[in-house]
Design a protein around this ligand. Structure first.
Ligand SMILES: *Cc1c(COP(=O)(O)O)cnc(C)c1O
Length: 396
């Protein structure tokens, strides 16, 4: 919580969390220091015992990291934020802080691939089992809950098919089953969706994506209340050490300042391109929550204040057509990252979802001719012309 909580999102994005030093610096300072000096032995003892607040050691307290944490907490409407070294570290810290052997997770099956590996390979080794369910089917969530279920986990919109989960509904299900609802808010960011206000207990971020916004640093964050996040997740961070560096925190702070403006531009260009793609004869189907044809357009309109920068679509044909299209693009970078000023293009079936069996891919709706765009900040007319050149290459 910060001094700016009563202000609008764009104001919090620029102002929240900053505490100037005696130097009066206007921009946030970077504190590259691993430890802090105490005025006396008694003060050292008081800091270590927790009787006196203050910095001890940068594995768990650093002023630049704290500024980032307070700004993001203010934007998500959470009491506390814990910054981590990556988005995956944020997910691990949440699970390790809140779960124990014997506990059970119900997770959307449409989540970031590495999260699936973390749950089904590594958490499983420590006696935490996960059941994966279809994101948009509330009945499957309910049916998968067991007496030992302690966590529901999801991303919405999903990647790459932009399915939407009803966060309010799942939060009621979590509450009545004594579970925490964890939402990975990477695709929307707090600018487009605030899961805590919809009843989620924890919000996860890969700061690597839109929060940075220019593809520079790896980082993550966990946001929630002072008990779950301030005590349990923070306790794990302090003991295990997947800490965000002050330099990265400073880059993310600068990213947050422009996040509301950038998200507006990502959303607007993505919708323009999605609508244009829908009219192209070589395009079979377009996935974007802002399209009236999206099966959950109404839910997305209620739950989000914008539809996001991801557009996926299917071409006629198979892998060869998809690769020909991708290789003909000049502007879109062929890379799996997203949330960058630079637009990116991915062929999910042979990259992000390449480790799945053909049956698993079919189950997840990832066809060989599916293409995912993460629309960046270039001129939308240039991006559209680039996509048109890609489609033209299919005809030659
Ligand atoms: C990238 C990503 C992650 C992992 O974040 P890293 O910063 O790469 O560790 C988690 N969830 C989603 C939705 C992501 O896109």
């Amino acid at each position: 919580m910060s001094d700016y909580d009563e202000f609008e999102m764009a104001t919090r994005a620029v102002r929240a969390g900053q505490q100037r030093t005696a130097e009066g610096e206007h921009s946030e300072a970077i504190f590259p220091t691993s430890s802090y000096v105490f005025a006396s032995a008694a003060q050292a003892a008081a800091r270590f015992s927790g009787d006196q607040p203050g910095n001890i050691y940068s594995r768990f307290t650093n002023p630049t990291v704290r500024t980032f944490e307070e700004r993001l907490a203010s934007m998500e409407g959470g009491e506390r934020c814990v910054a981590t070294s990556s988005g995956m570290a944020a997910i691990l810290a949440t699970c390790a802080g809140l779960l124990q052997a014997g506990d059970h997770i119900v997770s959307s099956r449409s989540i970031f691939g590495t999260t699936t590996v973390l749950f089904s390979t590594y958490l499983a080794r420590f006696g935490i089992e996960t059941t994966f369910v279809p994101l948009a089917d509330s009945g499957s969530w309910e049916a998968a809950i067991r007496p030992k279920t302690r966590m529901l986990f999801l991303e919405t919109p999903s990647n790459p098919l932009t399915e939407i989960a009803d966060i309010k509904r799942l939060s009621a299900l979590a509450r009545s089953n004594n579970c925490v609802l964890v939402v990975d808010n990477c695709f929307c960011t707090p600018v487009l969706q605030q899961p805590l206000a919809l009843g989620a207990d924890i919000v996860i971020h890969s700061a690597t994506k839109y929060l940075d916004g220019q593809g520079r640093c790896i980082g993550g964050a966990v946001v929630g209340d002072s008990e779950l996040v301030g005590k349990e997740v923070y306790g794990f961070l302090r003991a295990a050490g997947p800490t965000m560096s002050p330099f990265n925190a400073w880059v993310f702070l600068k990213g947050l300042e422009t996040l509301p403006l950038r998200m507006q531009a990502h959303c607007s260009s993505a919708l323009t391109l999605a609508q244009w793609l829908e009219q192209q004869p070589a395009v079979v189907r377009v996935y974007q929550p802002g399209l009236a044809s999206h099966p959950q357009h109404e839910l997305a309109s209620r739950q989000q204040t914008g539809f996001g920068g991801i557009v996926s679509f299917e071409l006629q044909g198979g892998q060869q057509q998809a690769w020909t299209f991708i290789d003909a693009l000049r502007i879109f970078s062929i890379t799996a990252n997203l949330g960058d000023a630079k637009s990116t293009v991915t062929h999910p079936a042979t990259t992000t979802h390449g480790r799945l069996t053909p049956e698993q891919r079919a189950d997840a709706g990832i066809s060989d001719c599916l293409i995912r765009l993460a629309v960046g900040l270039e001129a939308v007319s240039d991006l559209q012309a680039d996509l048109a050149a890609g489609l033209a290459a299919l005809e030659s």
